[in-house]
Design a binder for this molecule. Structure first.
Ligand SMILES: NC(=O)c1ccc[n+]([C@@H]2O[C@H](COP(=O)([O-])OP(=O)(O)OC[C@H]3O[C@@H](n4cnc5c(N)ncnc54)[C@H](O)[C@@H]3O)[C@@H](O)[C@H]2O)c1
Length: 272
C-alpha cells in the first residue's frame, strides 16, 4: 500500500487503519481455542476468513458466513503435507483471487505431551516438531511465497512463552499438566523462522510478526489455575478473546511499520 507522506496526523483516519475489510485471511488451527477467536475477530473487522484445520473447518466458515453475510471459506488441510497446502492456496485464489494475510495457529498436542524428558521417544519428538515447525514453514513457503510475488501481505506466527523463557516447573506441581521440551524447541524454531522471513521478505512488503499468548483459559484443573495465579503478575489466566485483538493490529495497516516483532500477550509473565 501507499503511505501518506505527511507529518500532519489530522490527515489520517486512524480508526480505518484497523479495518480488515475485503482482506482474505488464512488462519490455520482455525477451529482451535485461539484460532476460533482469531477467525471471529477477523470476520468482525471485515475480512473474508479462510478457516483451515485438520478437523472440521467448513462448519465454522459457514457459521461466520451466515453471521456476517460475507463469503468465508473452510478448507480441511494437513499443514505438514505440502501438496495439501498447495491445493489450499489454489482453492483460495480460485475463490477470492488473492491472499492478504496468513496466520499459523495450528499446534500438535501429542497424547504423550506430558511424558518426562528422559522418556521422550524420537517419534513423539518428530511429530511435535513436524506439525509445529514444519507446518509453519510450509504454510509460509507456499502462501508467503505467493504474497511476496504479488505485492505483499502480513504473516503472523505463534511461538510460545516457552520459546521466550523456560517453563517454571513449579507451575505444574500437583497437576496432571506439563510442557514438553519438543514443544519449546519447536516454538523456538518458529521464532527464528519468523525473524528470518521478516528480514528476507521486508523489501517485498511481506511483514512477518508473532503473537505469544500464555495460559489461555480452557477449563483447566483448579490446582493449575491456582498455581498460575501465584506466578503471574496479573494473577490470572487469559482468555482467547484477549489474544485476538493483537492479531487485528498485526494483520491490518495499523502495524504497517512493524515486522519481525513478537507481541507478548502474556500478562507480564516474562517481566520478572
Ligand atoms: N492455549 C495456550 O495457552 C497457548 C499458549 C501459548 C501458545 N499457544 C499457541 O497458540 C496456538 C493456538 O493454540 P490453541 O490453544 O488454540 O490450540 P488448540 O489445540 O486448541 O488448536 C490447535 C488446532 O490445530 C489443529 N491442527 C493440529 N495439527 C494440524 C495439522 N497437521 N494441520 C492442520 N491443523 C492442525 C487442531 O485440529 C486444532 O484445531 C498454538 O500454536 C499454540 O502452541 C497456545
Amino acid at each position: 500500500m501507499d503511505h501518506l507522506r505527511t507529518t500532519d496526523p489530522s490527515k489520517i483516519d486512524f480508526r480505518s487503519k484497523f479495518e480488515l475489510t475485503d482482506k482474505t485471511i488464512i488462519i490455520t488451527g482455525g477451529t482451535g481455542l485461539i484460532g476460533r477467536a482469531f477467525c471471529e475477530a477477523c470476520a468482525q473487522f471485515g475480512a473474508h476468513v479462510v478457516v483451515v484445520d485438520r478437523g472440521d473447518p467448513e462448519a465454522l466458515a459457514q457459521e461466520l458466513e451466515i453471521r456476517y453475510g460475507r463469503k468465508m471459506f473452510g478448507y480441511r488441510t494437513d499443514v505438514v503435507n505440502k501438496k495439501e497446502v498447495e491445493q489450499l492456496l489454489e482453492a483460495v485464489l480460485k475463490t477470492f483471487g488473492k491472499v492478504d494475510g496468513l496466520v499459523n495457529a495450528h499446534q500438535n498436542k501429542s497424547h504423550l505431551i506430558f511424558e518426562p524428558f528422559e522418556q521422550v521417544s524420537e517419534d513423539n519428538w518428530d511429530t511435535v516438531v513436524e506439525v509445529n515447525l514444519k507446518g509453519t514453514f510450509l504454510m509460509c513457503q507456499v502462501v508467503g511465497g505467493w504474497m511476496a510475488n504479488h505485492g505483499g501481505g502480513s504473516i503472523v506466527n505463534i511461538p510460545s512463552t516457552y520459546s521466550v523463557v523456560a517453563p517454571n516447573q513449579n507451575l505444574y506441581e500437583g497437576t496432571s499438566l506439563g510442557c514438553p521440551a519438543a514443544y519449546s524447541a519447536s516454538k523456538g524454531g518458529i521464532d527464528a523462522l519468523s525473524r528470518y522471513l521478516a528480514s528476507y521478505w521486508a523489501s517485498r512488503h511481506v511483514r512477518v510478526n508473532m503473537i505469544t499468548p500464555h495460559g489461555v483459559w480452557n477449563n483447566h484443573e483448579e490446582r493449575f489455575e491456582a498455581n498460575f495465579a501465584r506466578f503471574s503478575p496479573m494473577r490470572r489466566l487469559s482468555y482467547n478473546h484477549e489474544v485476538a485483538p493483537a492479531l487485528v493490529y498485526l494483520l491490518s495497516d495499523a502495524s504497517s511499520y512493524v515486522t519481525g516483532d513478537n507481541l507478548l500477550v502474556e500478562g507480564g509473565w516474562t517481566v520478572w
